[in-house]
Design a protein around this ligand. Structure first.
Ligand code: 6GU
Length: 242
């Protein structure tokens, strides 16, 4: 996958791509990233990226020309690459959207800033708009990083063979079971007995029950949407009654 990012603050992305799973994924050529400064696509002598809103009001609005020109120069001939505007007005990002985006070989992300982006960018350039939640960030950069993180870790080979993204919370629409490692007793707090038993069938049953229990306690609304086996549905019934 190749990801192009249009931003006024390219330096914000250095940390993310310089370490951890991203650095490894980039070194292994599983993903490549182009970080483009929107300001580089201006032509006036002040390199203006924003201007006052027509009709008045507070704040500045990102001008359309540099954003259109940046996208057009990056996109080349491809007609199918998603052009995603990060904005609090976008559709809500989720694991399902991450999975959907992970199927593309190329993504273009536009980070909005200031009070907004000229509406013609939404209408005539962006093919999708994403928000990462119901709160306002000062720019789309952190949102772009969230989207990229969730998408890139789904790409084949990025997490390595041992860790499977299929077990993650939210992949099946439910929360993950609790995890423990050594020591078996820490400050008097013991690891659940069943996990030390070596009985894999019992461990699997316990984990399935924990998944349902946790989700019921913390995010009950997820259970209504999740695809449950008939056994799991029985478990929900039982736990709801107890
Ligand atoms: Cl994508 N952008 C901004 N500025 N704020 C947000 C957001 C995006 N998603 C949630 N809040």
């Amino acid at each position: 996958m190749h990801i192009d990012i249009l931003t006024l603050f390219p330096e914000m992305f250095q940390g993310m791509f310089g370490s951890g799973i991203f650095k490894r994924a980039i070194d292994q050529k599983l993903v490549s990233v182009g970080i483009h400064n929107i300001r580089d696509y201006t032509h006036d002598k002040h390199h203006s990226v924003d201007d006052y809103p027509y009709g008045g009001g507070a704040g500045m609005v990102l001008k359309p020309e540099p954003i259109f020109e940046a996208v057009e120069s990056i996109k080349g001939e491809s007609a199918t690459v998603p052009i995603i505007l990060l904005t609090p007005q976008g559709r809500l990002f989720s694991q399902q959207v991450a999975q959907e985006l992970s199927q593309y070989s190329h993504l273009i992300l536009i980070c909005g800033h200031y009070e907004g982006v000229d509406e013609r960018v939404r209408e005539h350039l962006a093919t999708d708009e994403l928000s990462i939640g119901d709160y306002v960030l000062s720019g789309g950069e952190l949102a772009a990083m969230v989207v990229i993180d969730a998408v890139v870790r789904l790409l084949p080979g990025v997490l390595g063979s041992a860790a499977s993204p299929l077990d993650d919370s939210h992949v099946a629409g439910l929360l993950e079971y609790p995890q423990y490692t050594r020591p078996a007793i820490y400050r008097g707090w013991s690891v659940p007995e069943v996990l030390l038993s070596g009985n894999h069938a019992q461990i699997a049953d316990w984990r399935r029950e924990q998944v349902i229990l946790r989700t019921l306690e913390r995010r009950p609304e997820l259970l209504d949407k999740a695809k449950l086996s008939s056994e799991e549905k029985g478990l929900v019934q039982k736990l709801r009654q107890s």
